[in-house]
Each structure stands twice: as structure tokens, then as C-alpha cells.
Design a protein around this ligand. Structure first.
Ligand code: SIN
Ligand code: FE2
Length: 216
């Protein structure tokens, strides 16, 4: 369903069995890359705990926001992305180029994420694919300008949201999660996965996609 230009919701894209398998794979992969609450550039710990999978992971600290190839605490490379995520990206986008980053966000009761744009990626022509697992999120969707009107949208477990084309840079955030609305995540809460193409294509894809494959 098209929510607005460039914002596509694949409601219930993953059935409960697929959600359980994907969550188990992600949590297993993330065991060697512990969740941490990054500090904002202003020095405050974020309420959302994060880790990452794939060649690049998004991090934040006093120096700012960036993608880097290793976990800030362990110094180790981020764990690889499970194949199921690469398949999901291909299904949702139709792209031949693989994502090189999966940000894993863990929201416990009370966690939220302020309105922002995803713009730390090298090539903003690639979409962002967001997968919701566990408790329902009260998601806020705005426009290209921070001052544009916003709408509230619920993202339930198994939903996939794609930001692409003219929707790639819309402002978005998470007002709150509905604690206890799902029993998927052990101990409760919500896990959100965002698949992205963060680095320059040349780094790990010798064949950049033909232009006509860059859009779903
Ligand atoms: C994000 O914008 O990084 C996360 C969005 C979400 O948790 O749904
Ligand atoms: Fe975001």
C-alpha cells in the first residue's frame, strides 16, 4: 500500500513463522555484537539500543553520526547479515545490488526515536527497507521539510516499510511502542531492522546496477 509518494507499506509481509525465524537469526548473529545505547553528538544516551549486521554499521557519538566497519566497543567487524534479509531486500526493492548495512534497533518500553531523516548514506538513490518485529510502534511520518505536517502510523510485527525515490528523505520517528502488543521478542519490546545501501557501490559491488534496475 502506498502511504504517500515514495513511502510503501507492505503490511504483514512476514507471517508469524517467518518473523520468528528472522528474529532468531538476527539475535543469534548479534550475539557477538552487543546492543548498546549510542550517545548523541550532544552527549545523551539514546533510548533505543542498537547494533548492526553487514559490512557497515551506523553509530553515533560525540564526533557525530557515521557508518563504520566495526563495533565501537568490541572493535570487531559487524556480524554478517542473514540470507533471509538479503532475500527480503530483493523482494521489497527489486534491486540487484545487496544492502551493505542492517541497523538493528531494540525498543524497550519507554524508548522512542525523534523525528529525523536517514541521510548518512553515500548514495541516497537507494531505498531504505524497514522491518518491524515484536511490539507495535506508533510511527510518525512527515515530509521532506521538518516543518511539514506529520501523520501517525502503526507498524506491527511483520510489517515492512520502504522509503524510496521521492520518499527516501521523508522525516520519520517512533513516538512510542505499545508494550505487550506482541509476544514475539523474548522479554518484550520491539526490534526494527533497517536495510540500507550505506557505502559507495564501488566498495563491494564490482558491477554497479544498470540505471533501470535502481528503482523497484
Ligand atoms: C529508524 O528510523 O532508524 C528506525 C525506524 C523504526 O524503528 O521503525
Ligand atoms: Fe531512520
Amino acid at each position: 500500500m502506498q502511504i504517500k509518494p515514495g513511502v510503501r507499506l507492505l503490511a504483514g509481509h512476514l507471517d508469524p513463522a517467518a518473523q520468528a525465524v528472522l528474529l532468531a537469526e538476527v539475535l543469534e548473529a548479534a550475539r557477538s555484537a552487543p546492543f548498546r545505547r549510542h550517545k548523541t553528538p550532544g552527549g545523551k544516551a539514546m533510548s533505543v539500543a542498537m547494533t548492526a549486521l553487514g559490512p557497515l554499521g551506523w553509530v553515533s557519538d560525540r564526533a557525530g553520526y557515521r557508518y563504520q566497519p566495526s563495533h565501537p566497543d568490541t572493535g570487531e567487524a559487524w556480524p554478517p547479515m542473514p540470507q533471509a534479509l538479503l532475500d527480503l531486500w530483493r523482494q521489497a526493492t527489486g534491486l540487484a545490488v545487496a544492502p551493505d548495512s542492517c541497523l538493528v534497533n531494540r525498543y524497550e518500553a519507554g524508548a522512542r526515536m525523534g523525528l529525523h531523516q536517514d541521510r548518512d548514506e553515500a548514495d541516497l538513490s537507494f531505498p531504505v527497507v524497514s522491518v518491524s518485529l515484536g511490539d507495535t510502534a506508533v510511527f510518525r511520518l512527515g515530509g521532506l521539510s521538518r516543518r511539514d505536517p506529520t501523520a501517525s502510523l502503526r507498524l506491527a510485527s511483520g510489517d515492512v516499510l520502504v522509503l524510496e525515490g521521492e520518499g527516501r528523505l521523508v522525516h520519520h520517528g517512533v513516538d512510542r511502542i505499545l508494550a505487550g502488543s506482541s509476544r514475539l521478542v523474548p522479554g518484550g519490546g520491539r526490534i526494527n531492522l533497517t536495510l540500507r545501501r550505506a557505502g559507495p557501490v564501488a566498495l563491494d559491488s564490482p558491477l554497479p546496477p544498470p540505471q533501470d534496475q535502481r528503482k523497484a
